[in-house]
Design a protein around this ligand. Sequence first.
Ligand SMILES: [Zn+2]
Length: 302
Amino acid sequence: MNALLLAVMLSAQDASVPPINSASPIDAESPIDAAPPIDAAPPLDSQPRTAPVAQPLPWFAIARVRTHQPVVALTFDACATLKQDNGFDREVFDILKREQIPVTVFPTGRWIETHPAEARELAAQAWIAFGNHSYSHARMTRIPRRKAREQIARTEALIAELGRQSVAFRPPAGAWNRAVVRMAARQHLPTVEWDVISGDAGGHIAAAKMVAVVLASTKPGSIVIFHINGRGPRTKEALPDIIRGLRDKGLGFVTVSDLLQQPDAEPVSARPAPFGWRPLRHRRSGPKENSGPGVVDDDSPG
Ligand SMILES: [Zn+2]
């Protein structure tokens, strides 16, 4: 084999296997997958906070960013499946509305369909950015790619009907791999998880404990996950103290897209979780029927 060809092949191999902490852009890894320029769909003037994140996107799911800016992103999932509508936590919404804190809400398509009035109400708030949380809360790594693509596209269409555009994709239960990240990137969305779990899902943790955990673990560049669909029955109790406590630490609030666009922001990879997060007590006994595709886990953070 000719030496030049060999060198080209080796360098191509290197490029396809970046180290886990590398922030190499997804387009560098696979030029064929390159998405069209993001300015094909400019953000609405009235919603500057929801501007899409500039390309190129990292190839991993983002847990947080490294930044010297004293800002954090509070995020609220609104998960629903084909069989489980869940609800809307109006008290959480009222707290956020009173505080006018920029936040990012990640609804599933099913949640939008089962809560049309509430979804419109969220979309009418300039301080809320939207994220895409799949259509039926499927574990994206465990369904065929065509269906996974539809999970994102169908929800994006529902969000577009609300006059909005997602700023990120959050895979249900945090189940991600490179194929999922690439799929979201093709739809112009960075894949975003969290680095701080409020623990609100399922209501097993007392409000005071949630406050203590969030205040102790949140730092500049953090992404904190909560729920706004009734799966976090104590979130409303904890949220005022969390907001106050983070402000006392000198931290301000931004949407996920603003966080990713801080001038010095370096995305940090979420831990690999191809099967998603599971509550500790389920780990020893293996997968349960309530952790399959399309089912909301009671305690799964995402
Ligand atoms: Zn969820």
